[in-house]
Design a protein around this ligand. Structure first.
Ligand SMILES: Nc1nc2c(ncn2[C@@H]2O[C@H](COP(=O)(O)OP(=O)(O)OP(=O)(O)O)[C@@H](O)[C@H]2O)c(=O)[nH]1
Ligand SMILES: [Mg+2]
Length: 249
């Protein structure tokens, strides 16, 4: 039977989901894989890849705003609920159009909470055929101190809890922020950066050993989706998340 690997790209608004979809897809194709793309963002204006199936064929945020007089957030929620109602049909049509692909890249809505916390993400993840992993993007522009690092690592765990698939933390935009921003935060934490910063620091202090213990297998992979760097490391991490031997073949 043909092996299919689904990669669900998740991250906060503007973190680089669509750009990473393209650069990971390009890398996989250059390594000889057949790649198909599913766009699940009904609010996307522009996509840097050509989707095999596009949620905007069914519903768009813009049309719902006009038709139902909703604001952008309300319309995105409505659109996600519409998509949730037809998950099996979306998967069937996507698979029909991308029959012989061995990697399927799934780009998700700009507002990640709509995908993660409502039904669309969990329903989609459980209905996919083949193996699936989430690539959870950490946007370094949101990372100002050690508490933020704990928050963003927790988000990766939340993705895993909600979708029921392994999640790989991906540190994007390293062309702007460098490869070592996480190490810098970790050094700060080790040096007592949580101390004397009130309630959130106290909580982060208690949570850090947990997220850090779990993060042995959750080392954030540094990439630049824009430049296409780090894709080979990401590919290896995907393999490791699927099987302990780290082999994708
Ligand atoms: N410098 C730099 N810019 C990046 C990188 N990845 C994405 N961007 C830029 O960040 C902006 C947002 O990228 P997208 O790929 O649209 O991000 P997204 O998460 O899909 O955005 P939404 O779907 O709107 O939430 C674009 O201007 C990208 O060019 C990167 O690795 N480096
Ligand atoms: Mg996008």
């Amino acid at each position: 039977m043909l092996k299919i690997d689904n990669l669900i790209i998740i991250g906060p608004a503007g973190s680089g989901k669509s750009t990473l979809s393209r650069s990971m897809g390009d890398w996989l194709e250059s390594a000889g894989h057949r790649v198909a793309y599913l766009n699940l963002d009904p609010g996307a204006d522009y996509l840097p890849y050509v989707p095999d199936f596009d949620a905007r064929e069914l519903v768009t945020v813009e049309s719902l705003m006009k038709k139902e007089g909703l604001g952008p957030n309300g319309a995105l929620i409505r659109a996600a609920d519409v998509l949730e109602g037809v998950v099996p049909e979306i998967i069937a049509e996507f698979e029909r159009r991308s029959g012989d692909s061995d990697f399927r890249i799934i780009d998700t809505p700009g507002q990640m909470e709509v995908f993660i916390f409502r039904g669309l993400g969990p329903k989609l993840a459980s209905a996919l055929h083949g193996r699936a992993a989430a690539l959870s993007i950490i946007d370094p522009s949101l990372l100002k101190n050690g508490v933020d690092l704990v928050v963003l690592k927790l988000l990766g765990l939340v993705v895993e809890l909600r979708l029921g698939v392994p999640s790989i933390d991906v540190m994007n935009k390293t062309d702007l922020y460098g490869d070592s921003i996480v190490e810098k935060m970790e050094r700060e934490i080790a040096g007592g950066a949580f101390k004397d910063r009130g309630l959130s620091a106290e909580l982060a202090d208690q949570l850090y050993p947990i997220v850090n213990g779990l993060s042995k297998r959750r080392r954030a992979i540094p990439v630049s989706a824009k430049k296409g760097t780090g894709m080979e490391d990401l590919y290896k991490a995907i393999g490791e998340s699927f099987c302990a031997c780290g082999d994708l073949t």
